[in-house]
Ligand binder design. Sequence first.
Ligand SMILES: Cc1ncc(COP(=O)(O)O)c(C=O)c1O
Length: 454
Amino acid sequence: MTTRSLVRDAADRAATYLEEIDSRGVAPTSDAVAALSHFDRALPERPLDPASILRELDEVGSPGTSTSAGGRYFGFVIGATLPAALAASILATAWDQNAGLVVISPTTAKLEAIALRWLLDALHLPSESAAGFVTGATMANFTCLAAARHALLERAGWNVEEQGLFGAPPLNVVVGDEVHVTLLKALALLGLGRARVTRVPADAQGRMRADLLPPLDDRTILCLQAGNVNTGACDPMSELIPRARAAGAWVHVDGAFGLWAAATPSRAALVAGVADADSWALDAHKWLNVPYDSGVAICRDRDALRGATAVTAAYLVQGAEREPCEYTPELSRRARGVDVWAAISSLGRSGIAEMIERNCAQATRFAGGLRDAGYEILADVVLNQVLVSFGDDETTRRVIAGIQADGTCWCGGTVWHGRIAMRISVCSWATTDRDVELSLAAMLRVASEIVVAR
Ligand SMILES: Cc1ncc(COP(=O)(O)O)c(C=O)c1O
């Protein structure tokens, strides 16, 4: 088979997969998962034919996936892939560019710089900010916090990249009680410690209590959150950020998905004041609906970000333009900015706002339909997240399992304020209002069967 027919075969199979996504269950069947044992074989001694590798991948692998690329997957905070972003990613994969240096790939470096400018514009963040395209919000948090560590220690006369943390002036980190685990992981990776943090209590919705903020100083990193992973709630930025900045603290915002509220006029009030922070972690693979993996680490102070991440070596040709690798932990990496550029091109400012607004309205519809049927909504629905209890913990657990087995849609569980809850996260461009009605009907059917049976 020629490369052309192989690539065409892959594209055809991908298109068929997407066309059929609505006609199969959202979770893979147990038979499809069991069939994955087909892949369990020893290292092939001889080369295999690419066409048969692709066939096997599709015939055995495709049925073993969750249809998170479709419109009825509401687990975790996932997002699908916009057609333009998918197509761009396919072409960029064929380019196989190392996106680290302009000299290797002028096209991807250019598109990344433009995607970054557009992101700052859409999110109303300071236009002078620098950013790196990383794998997701975990690495965006890590990268931004590395910049914060660099800046605060530099002010104290300590070069952390050269000297390390042993003997360094101590830094304080303040987080909300509802901090995402991956921000704590980033702190652990940076030697700042998960347990060394000061935790500020959260209110009933999961927002940091501004009245309980401890005194801050210029050796403090204050970590705020835009979008609680369970409730979607955002910390009160306009109350907290001015106080932190007046004290000389660095403010970092984990805005994995909630920062997109800033791009949506009807939701922007949730994150009012967020542009006054020093750094922002953002996911693109969630609510911007680009392929995995894709996140952005944004930092107001270009020198702080470069100071934490840039490297030089004689063989790494660096020109006058923005060198992408100077803003990311990695040197070599895929050209994530191309997908982001394509997604923003295909939506435009109004399309981004419309998608976010539509998903928020769909979350509100889920909450209303479940509440009208007598089930308890455990937190205000301010963005795209819904938490619902179907009764006692065991009942809710069974309903979640029942909904997952039913296959119309997929939702996961969590514990919210000591109670088991089902999470509904709506962040897919592909979710139609019909998907919501079908899914809501399935939830109510499964729940009533289980509640009646108990
Ligand atoms: C608030 C928040 N921060 C960080 C993350 C981690 O994001 P990623 O999985 O893209 O690394 C998530 C994931 O849901 C999140 O909701």
